[in-house]
Design a binder for this molecule. Sequence first.
Ligand SMILES: NC(=O)c1ccc[n+]([C@@H]2O[C@H](COP(=O)([O-])OP(=O)(O)OC[C@H]3O[C@@H](n4cnc5c(N)ncnc54)[C@H](OP(=O)(O)O)[C@@H]3O)[C@@H](O)[C@H]2O)c1
Length: 278
Amino acid sequence: MSATQKVPFLTQSDGRTIPQIGLGIYGPDDAGTADAVSTAIEVGYRMIDTAALYQNEGGVGEGIRRSGLPREELYVTTKLADDSHGYDSALAAFDASLRRLGLEYVDLYLIHWPLPGVDRYVETWKAFERILADGRAKSIGVSNFQPRHLERLAAETTVLPVSNQIELHPGFPNDAMRRYDSDHGILTVAWSPLGRGRVFGNPVLDGIADKHGKTIAQVVLRWHVQLGNVVIPKSVTRRRLIENLDVFDFALDAEDMAEIASLENGVRTGDDPDLYNG
Ligand SMILES: NC(=O)c1ccc[n+]([C@@H]2O[C@H](COP(=O)([O-])OP(=O)(O)OC[C@H]3O[C@@H](n4cnc5c(N)ncnc54)[C@H](OP(=O)(O)O)[C@@H]3O)[C@@H](O)[C@H]2O)c1
């Protein structure tokens, strides 16, 4: 069975499905991104996560074209940059993202950060509803939203986000936000799922990895899968891309899950969404 067949799909609240593991591609320039994306697709990835902020949407488009895979077999996410909040700015920014990607639609368009101090995410979401209605994003969602930001969207707009992409890894499991998402029919997508590399060398994870004959990356990604997260590990390394998909032939038991839960230290690798304003 190929890796593609093994990656399960989760169903969003709008009825569409998303592969549970995809490639996050923050970091490389266009050339490096195109190489990583085409390799990832070759080894079985069917979901790619980028953002206007990453300045590599062109590379994502190039990697997809190089792969030769029919567009409808791929799930592509991009995100609105912080300087483009507002109704008209969001519409223009979306057009620019599609142009850079060289695609006619994205599967998922996200507000990258709520920017509570700017306070234009409700107006921005109304532009997202328009993009959705036009069919140019098949689904719309958010990233780094806290409960109060989601409550405002629910009260002041029509469409609910299908997913919320948040920081989530063993050191920062973000349990309350994950539970809120789940209670409201929103899928949680875990960013920096490997803690940007901080999980490596951890003796507890090393012990669990030994027990299952797996690597630390595989144990952590399996933990995400068992929590019900969508997960987007980043790698530009072919061997690691393959390794990170190969997590569907073993299961963590309750003891393993409890040991991983004990690694919480509350330390983020990125910004606090309540404080970050672009
Ligand atoms: N929405 C947001 O605000 C937000 C914020 C941050 C990130 N993200 C998204 O989340 C994605 C992933 O997060 P991230 O890039 O911060 O960090 P990450 O996926 O937690 O970690 C990536 C690092 O781990 C290494 N790595 C990957 N697989 C490995 C393996 N099997 N063994 C050893 N090392 C491995 C990578 O190295 P190599 O590449 O050299 O192999 C890279 O240095 C991003 O690319 C982006 O798409 C979103």
